[in-house]
Design a protein around this ligand. Structure first.
Ligand SMILES: NC(=O)c1ccc[n+]([C@@H]2O[C@H](COP(=O)([O-])OP(=O)(O)OC[C@H]3O[C@@H](n4cnc5c(N)ncnc54)[C@H](OP(=O)(O)O)[C@@H]3O)[C@@H](O)[C@H]2O)c1
Length: 280
């Protein structure tokens, strides 16, 4: 991956951080897209001390689509070529929270922001016929919960699992649409579940949930380094050349839930997403 420009969102923690470490150690020029400069600089220091290429930093809070647009514009200005885009920024929330623009927070960060970011960068990716896009998705898409008539959960009781499932289902459905549109360009797009790994996910929730997470869930989770290795393989391996529109559990090609394969629904989600992020 020497010299390859790899844009990674959510690069300050967990899965995205492991991908950053792994790609940097493979010689890539990583661009960390994140909301916390101090955290990113600390990681840059760590990589620099290990003798690796120090990543660039682009700031954006993905709960604010205006910031997603600004970050994409900055990237388009700074990088004439993009080799890899990994969208890993994401969260799980046990309660329904709205962004200032009125989107349900998890749906906005996990789906709308990554959808908008990818859409804004896709032409630059197309200029490079070997570029790869990887959406860090989740087996959690299997929880379902996507209702196009109630994306902000104002009519249903919100649960963390369903809210998370809705966001990941929407993202998966748009991966198939992106893959169709990219056919023939050489650019590939795939989704992946990064393993069940010990990261910061869930830390934004209340004390009881965090105690539950640390005592009952964490002991069964794996080292997130495996997610970094899997993402490296998906981004760099020869085996993945030309492979597009698939869902991987780490590096294993897997069949998603039936509701995430409904292409008619996918087209509706695509149109709704474009409208909501202001691309129409
Ligand atoms: N951990 C697992 O077992 C697991 C399983 C399936 C799927 N996933 C998926 O993996 C991805 C990464 O999660 P993780 O487990 O690595 O969790 P994590 O350690 O909490 O990392 C999440 C990353 O997303 C960033 N982020 C969250 N909200 C953001 C916002 N509003 N704007 C910009 N960045 C934001 C965080 O930034 P800060 O550092 O500033 O908070 C952090 O860098 C998510 O999409 C998640 O759904 C994880």
């Amino acid at each position: 991956m020497t010299g390859k420009v790899c844009i990674i969102t959510g690069s300050t923690s967990g899965v995205g951080l492991e991908a950053t470490r792994r790609l940097a150690s493979g010689g890539a020029r990583v661009v960390m897209v994140c909301r916390d400069r101090a955290k990113a600089e600390h990681i840059c220091d760590e990589l620099g001390a290990a003798g690796l290429i120090i990543p660039d930093i682009v700031l954006a809070d993905f709960s604010d689509l205006a910031q997603v647009r600004e970050a994409a514009a900055e990237i388009l200005k700074r990088y004439q070529r993009i080799d890899v885009l990994i969208n890993s920024a994401g969260l799980h929330s046990t309660t329904r929270r709205l962004t200032p623009a009125g989107f349900e927070l998890v749906f906005c960060v996990n789906h709308l922001a990554s959808f908008l970011f990818t859409s804004l960068l896709v032409d630059r990716l197309r200029e490079n016929s070997t570029a790869r896009i990887i959406q860090v998705n989740s087996e959690g898409h299997r929880f379902g919960g996507l209702d196009l008539d109630d994306l902000d959960w104002s009519r249903r009781r919100y649960t963390g699992l369903k809210g998370y499932g809705a966001s990941k289902t929407a993202q998966l459905l748009t991966v198939w649409e992106f893959a169709d549109q990219l056919k023939g360009s050489g650019v590939t797009i795939n989704a992946m579940h990064p393993g069940d790994v010990r990261t910061g996910i869930g830390r934004n929730n209340g004390l009881l949930y965090r105690i539950f997470l640390h005592t009952l869930v964490w002991p069964f989770l794996k080292d997130p380094a495996i997610s970094g290795h899997a993402l490296y393989w998906l981004a760099a391996s020869k085996e993945m050349e030309g492979v597009s529109g698939r869902f991987f559990h780490l590096t294993i090609d897997e069949k998603p839930a039936a509701h995430a394969l409904d292409r008619q629904m996918g087209k509706k989600v695509w149109d709704a997403s474009r409208r909501l992020v202001g691309l129409e």
